[in-house]
Design a protein around this ligand. Sequence first.
Ligand code: PRP
Ligand code: URA
Length: 209
Amino acid sequence: MGKFQVISHPLIQHKLSILRRSTTATKDFRELVDEIAMLMGYEVSRDLPLEDVEIETPVTTTVQKQLAGKKLAIVPILRAGIGMVDGLLSLVPAAKVGHIGMYRDEETLEPVEYLVKLPEDIDQRQIFLVDPMLATGGSAILAVDSLKKRGATNIRFVCLVAAPEGVEKLQAAHPDVDIYTASLDEKLNEHGYIVPGLGDAGDRLFGTK
Ligand code: PRP
Ligand code: URA
């Protein structure tokens, strides 16, 4: 089974509480998602493998460390995942960015895929699949299906708020995928919204409602 980790750094908890408030305006919401993603990135990338590299300082030649092996790809699930990209890119500026477009049918709550645009060598990259919300798990599962269909093998799913139902479903469907969240919330309501949650992440991020 992949790793499941709640990243509960005090700064993340503080920022997440502001993010959840219904009075938080779009501009602040966007900034907070960006900041939390960056803080989470530090932890999500903690165990990336290193390799030795010989470098020259102004004083001598020395063997030091650099990131090894697979290069990174950050893949947001549209729309709301877009809000997490810049925060992660500020830590790993050389990462490639792919996009998976997906929305939940409001009646059935089933995800519908409408766009997949990935780096050509996605099968050779360590992927950070990002979406602020893991609710029923449908969107994340379909996004991982889509990545695996294209050869991806090394996937970490990073979200801000997760429902226990979504975590269970994603783990059952893709036990090899590591899941990182800033909060494990209480439950889903009858409309598939996370409780206490933060509402509709895409609408709050882009000001569409
Ligand atoms: C939200 C969210 C996730 C999905 C989570 O997207 O950003 O992608 O719902 O729900 P699930 O776990 O039940 O699938 P939404 O469908 O609202 O699309 P949007 O980001 O374009 O607003
Ligand atoms: N998608 C959201 O944006 N919010 C939820 O609470 C559930 C799914």
